[in-house]
Design a binder for this molecule. Structure first.
Ligand SMILES: Cc1cc2nc3c(=O)[nH]c(=O)nc-3n(C[C@H](O)[C@H](O)[C@H](O)COP(=O)(O)OP(=O)(O)OC[C@H]3O[C@@H](n4cnc5c(N)ncnc54)[C@H](O)[C@@H]3O)c2cc1C
Length: 249
């Protein structure tokens, strides 16, 4: 237990997502029946059609394709940010039901920010000591509260966790449809987003591109499609960012 790192897996996704999107879009433009449309779509590659759909901004059909990711090795700080995305669905490891420590004196899992890691081993050790200190505070309250008649283990865990830091590792399953993913990638793949959620969003985009390359062809920070919306806050690295996402297949 202790230091943790990001791991993301694309667990499930809509079967043949681009075909499904094409089916949903074509019903808007055709007088044909469902069976006829379905046969037409299955018999022909839909890449050009889906690509055109994305270019003209007809985005509601892409809501029919959804993607479920398993995420671990991220901080509670990241959790606070990603759960602001209201069109996503989440299931998160509970700090009420799950004890935040190993049973043999281990320390809860946590993330070390790169800014602290860059300061060198002496400061990393200091950070680790602080985490161990917080574990001892947590254990103190857990033991004390669990010993009270009025307080079971779950209630003790839900109160003891108040002394744990934002660095505490968490795990969750998240599902978003392709339209929400595009929006999420616009905001969170941007250099202005915080490093941890940017790394997660970029990895999710790489995985989504792997199964739906046309649907996510131009996905990424807003500056891939237009000038930077950040104005004076811009990172000023638009060319570099465009090259990075062009290589992300
Ligand atoms: C770089 C960065 C810095 C940030 N800093 C802060 C900060 O300091 N403080 C802070 O509180 N937050 C901050 N946020 C979070 C931000 O304010 C949003 O809550 C978060 O990005 C989710 O965006 P969203 O609401 O567009 O997306 P989602 O919730 O994913 O919604 C997608 C879209 O659906 C529509 N929508 C969803 N719900 C509604 C609704 N109820 N009514 C109308 N339309 C709706 C909107 O068009 C919205 O853009 C920051 C975000 C970023 C990317």
């Amino acid at each position: 237990m202790g230091e943790s790192t990001l791991r993301v897996e694309l667990l499930y996704h809509t079967e043949r997502p681009e075909e499904k999107v094409a089916m949903a879009a074509k019903i808007c433009y055709s007088n044909a029946g469902i069976t006829e449309l379905k046969q037409g779509i299955a018999s022909k590659d839909q890449a050009g059609f889906v690509s055109k759909l994305m270019q003209v901004g007809h985005h509601s059909p892409i809501e029919h394709a959804s993607f479920t990711f398993g995420v671990e090795g991220v901080s509670r700080s990241l959790l606070a940010q990603i759960t602001r995305h209201r069109l996503a669905s989440f299931s998160v490891k509970s700090q009420r039901y799950v004890r935040e420590s190993g049973s043999h004196g281990e320390i809860f899992d946590y993330l070390i920010p790169p800014g602290i890691a860059a300061l060198g081993p002496k400061f990393v050790e200091e950070f680790k000591r602080q985490m161990a200190q917080m574990q001892s505070w947590y254990d103190y309250w857990l033991d004390l509260l669990a010993g009270q008649d009025t307080c079971g283990v779950k209630a003790a865990q839900e109160d003891a966790r108040f002394v744990l830091p934002n660095a505490t590792e968490t795990k969750f399953v998240v599902t978003m449809n392709a339209r929400e993913l595009h929006h999420f990638f616009n905001l969170r793949c941007c250099n202005r987003a915080q490093w941890e959620i940017r790394n997660l969003a970029t990895e999710m985009l790489r995985l989504a591109k792997g199964v739906a390359p046309v649907l996510f062809e131009n996905a990424g920070p807003s500056c891939l499609q237009e000038s930077c919306p950040e104005g004076r806050e811009s990172c000023g690295k638009m060319q570099e960012v465009r090259e990075k996402f062009a290589k992300l297949a």
